[in-house]
Structures are given as C-alpha cells and as structure tokens.
Design a protein around this ligand. Structure first.
Ligand SMILES: [Ca+2]
Length: 492
C-alpha cells in the first residue's frame, strides 16, 4: 500500500500541478475487496438489524460507518447455488449449479461441481493482478478440479463442504446437529490448506478464530498489492461451535455465542485494515448465504420480520442482513433499500478493479457503484427467486408475485398459484396480505416478466441433479401448476 501511494504521489509530481486537482477524484488504484459470507444467518440476527440480545458491536460499527442494505438478496435460498451465484455473477440455473428435484446442494464425493468453464470473480480479479484467498467453507464440489485453487484462488484455508456432513454412525443427523453440547468428532469433516488435509475431523470450536487469524495474515502479507478475500464462514450453519472466549457468553445461547464470535472476527479484519492503512482502499461487504434454518429450532436463527427462512423463496430465505463498508467511499450511516444481489458484487468488483465482465455469456450481476457510493436507488429493478431449477417468484420494484410457494423445510406441501399471489414488499415486507385481486395490471405485468425471463434462460448442464421435467417443455407453463414441483427434501 505504501509503495502504491508513493508511486501515485511520484506520478503526480512528475506530471505536474494540473493533476493535483485530480487527486480528489475517485481513487484510481485498485481497491481491495473482502466479502464476509455468513452461513444460514437470518435477517434478524444482528444487533443493527434488530436482534434484541445477540451482541454484534463490530458489525453495528461497520453499519454506523457504512451502509445497511435492506433489500439485498442471495441468488438461491440454500448453500451450493447461493455460492455459485455470488462467485459467477450468474443465476445458478445457468451454470448447472441450481439444484433440482430432490437434491438441493452438493454432498461429499459427488461427481459434479462448479464447472471450470465458469468464470469466477476470483479468476477475473487474479487476472487484474489481485492476490486472492478463499477462507472458510467452499461447497462447490470437492474434487480437485472444482476446489478453490482451481477456480481463481491463490490460497484456500477451510472446509470443502458443510460442517454437518460426513456424520459419524450412531449420531442421528437432525438431533445431533441441534445439540448445543455437540462434539466436533461427530462430523468427519476435513480442514484443508490449499490441496492438503491438515486436520480431520476439523476442530470446529476453533474455526471462526482461525478464519480470523488467516484473514488477518493474508491482509498483512499482501498489503503491497490489491487483494480479494472471500471469507465464507462455516457457521452459524449447524452444528454450532464457538471458542472458549465466546462459549456460554450470549444470553441467546450457542447460536448467539457463534454470531458474536463471527462479529469479533469481522472486528479483527476491520482493525487490521486500519492498522495497515488500507481501510480507505478496501470495500468490505458482510452478508449471509441464505436465511435462517428455522427447522433447527434454538440452533437456527431468525429472519426477523421476514417470512420463513432457509430453503424458501419467501423473503426470509433470500433477503439477507447486509452491510457495506469503505471509509470515504460508502457514505457513513446510510440505509439503502434498493434491490441488490450477491451477483451484483461480482460485477461491481470487476468494474472497480478496472476489468470487464465476460461478454461471451449472460451475466446477471449489475454494477452497484451508484447505490454504494452515492446512496442512489441502484440499477436493479427485477429479481428472480429460484428454488432449485424452478422459478417460484419474481420481484419488480416493490411488487412480488409468487407462482409456487413452499415453506423451506416444513411438512406443508407445495402450492401453485394461478393467478400468482401478489405482495407489496415496501408496505408488507412480511408477505402477509395477498393483494393480487386489487392489482390485475401488476399481476399481468409480472407474469409477462416471468415468461420473458424463462424463455430467455438456458439452464446449464446439471452438475448434481436431474433437470426438472418442466425445463424440457417448450412452454414453461407459467402461470399455472404445470411446472412440476419436486418432492419434499429436508436436507440442506
Ligand atoms: Ca447456508
């Protein structure tokens, strides 16, 4: 950083006085990017998003110094497709990473993974001269050709998949994952550094602390070049583990302990950015990969005022508590309700790094610079909600139409809606009052948008599931129950 600053000052001195006025213009050097991606954290689980007892002072401070985004969506309501969407800037259905039928996420040993021909944000930033690190949970294929080091990351430290996988015999999956006194030996999950397994089973009590240490080290080691850190926290996905300093400290129980340690981890990163003088040249975005896993009861989080949680295309499944921080660039203390998505982080980062998004494929991401740096509405007016490879709902401005509804993990069977349910999310963020009958023109418009979208989308070759039958039909069947809804799946 100091070298880069010196170079800039030297350049100004050599070229002459007229350029001095340009020094006040947006910084021309490449900013650093850090994306902190919690796992299964709900919209209502942070102090600054309204949780009454979970203490998140560092995230709250980030929000005070930066921006809260209150209509920020992930690309899918479960782990694998959500991650694919963020890293590729594309709806997961395009890369064959959406899930479908009964299979929503990848499992250890699966043949498929994020296809190498997909272009990740890390690959584009690597090409632009960035040092790139993936710290935390991957979950986009555990064969070497799909792992982070093959997808644009110079460095990887973390787990190849979820922390509740590879459960040992004799520990019933659902019950054991909710046990606040769970033993990490119950899950035979490997901890890896680049291609090597360095610990198995991973001592999950220490993961959040070690992710913080790894992030801090990476920042310090790469302060003289631009860097990108994708810090995908393992938790608060169950099972829940916290280190000694945080265990039994939160009145919210183990879930609170875990979120408070993640908050501490973010605080360590911010502190390091300040100490190294990099704060004014680093965009940090905190969000979550999907909503809270409500089925896990006390071990799952809260979507606050939003309906349902993980696994569902109700708002609680995909709208995430999001904070953007970049002192001097993201206006302090702002709250922006513009529609935005993790896929937009791809496009925004590539733009800020001086790169170009790929032209040979559809990119769903949009550049959020106006929203983030000028607190404007932003470019996105539409959002498509997929469950697996099925389009279930669409948002346009404040309006959201549901064609299929299906609670994330409940035993209530799925329902198709013709006409679709219609909600005004500005006035009814909890999706309680269907007003389709009062707004036939809006309903008609949203049906047209959905049809147009489906006609234009080409699903990628499925990587770990069978494509739903409706994709093979010429007419996608909206708006009706014609789109076949796969059977209930309680896995995550
Ligand atoms: Ca998740």
């Amino acid at each position: 950083m100091r070298n880069r600053l010196l170079l800039r000052l030297l350049a100004i001195a050599l070229i002459g006085i007229p350029l001095l006025s340009a020094a006040a213009e947006p910084i021309s050097e490449k900013p650093n990017f850090i994306i902190v991606f919690a796992d299964d954290l709900g919209y209502g689980d942070l102090g600054c998003f309204g949780h009454p007892t979970i203490r998140t002072p560092h995230l709250d401070q980030m929000a005070t110094e930066g921006m809260k985004l209150t209509s920020f969506y992930v690309a899918a309501p479960v782990c694998t497709p959500s991650r694919a969407g963020l890293l590729t800037g594309r709806l997961p259905v395009r890369s064959g990473m959406s899930g479908g039928g009964d299979k929503r996420v990848l499992y250890p040993g699966d043949e498929g993974g994020l296809p190498p021909e997909e272009i990740t944000i890390a690959e584009l930033l690597q090409d632009a001269g960035y040092a790139t690190a993936c710290i935390g949970k991957w979950h986009l294929g555990d064969k070497p050709e799909y792992m982070p080091n093959s997808q644009g990351f110079d460095y990887f430290f973390g787990l190849p998949y979820s922390n509740d996988m590879n459960i040992e015999e004799g520990h019933p999956r659902h019950a054991s994952s909710m046990d606040p006194d769970a033993d990490f030996h119950w899950w035979d999950v490997p901890l890896m550094r680049n291609g090597e397994i360095i610990e198995r089973p991973a001592d999950q009590n220490t993961l959040t602390r070690r992710y913080a240490q790894e992030s801090v080290s990476f920042i310090k080691e790469h302060q003289d070049q631009p860097f990108f850190i994708y810090l995908a926290q393992t938790m608060p996905h169950v099972p829940l583990f916290a280190s000694d300093d945080f265990r039994n400290e939160s009145s919210r129980g183990r879930y609170g302990d875990v979120v408070e340690e993640i908050d501490w981890c973010v605080g360590e990163i911010i502190r390091t950015l300040r100490e190294t003088g990099l704060a004014e040249n680093t965009l940090v975005v905190f969000t979550s990969d999907n909503g809270p896993w409500l089925r896990k009861k006390f071990a799952g989080g809260s979507a606050g005022l939003l309906r349902d949680g993980k696994g569902s295309t109700w708002e609680g499944g995909q709208r995430e508590p999001t904070i953007a921080w970049w002192p001097g660039r993201v206006p302090a203390g702002t709250v922006n309700s513009g529609i935005a998505s993790t896929m937009d982080l791809f496009t925004t980062a590539v733009h800020l790094a001086g790169g170009k998004v790929p032209q040979d494929r559809v990119i769903d991401g949009m550049n959020l610079s106006e929203l983030l740096f000028h607190d404007k509405a932003g470019p996105r007016n539409l959002f498509f909600y997929y469950r697996g490879d099925q389009l279930c709902a669409i948002r346009k401005g404040p309006w959201k139409a549901h064609f299929n509804t299906w609670d994330g993990y409940s035993k209530v069977p799925p329902e198709s809606h013709n006409p679709p349910l219609l909600y005004n999310l500005d006035q009814d963020p909890s999706e309680q009052h269907d007003i389709a009958a009062d707004h036939p023109d809006v309903v008609k418009d949203l049906i047209q948008e959905a049809k147009g979208h489906l006609e234009a989308v080409t699903p990628g070759e499925p990587q770990y599931y069978e494509l739903s039958p409706s994709w093979q039909e010429a007419d996608f069947g909206l708006p009706s129950g014609a789109r076949e809804v796969p059977k209930r799946n309680l896995q995550g």
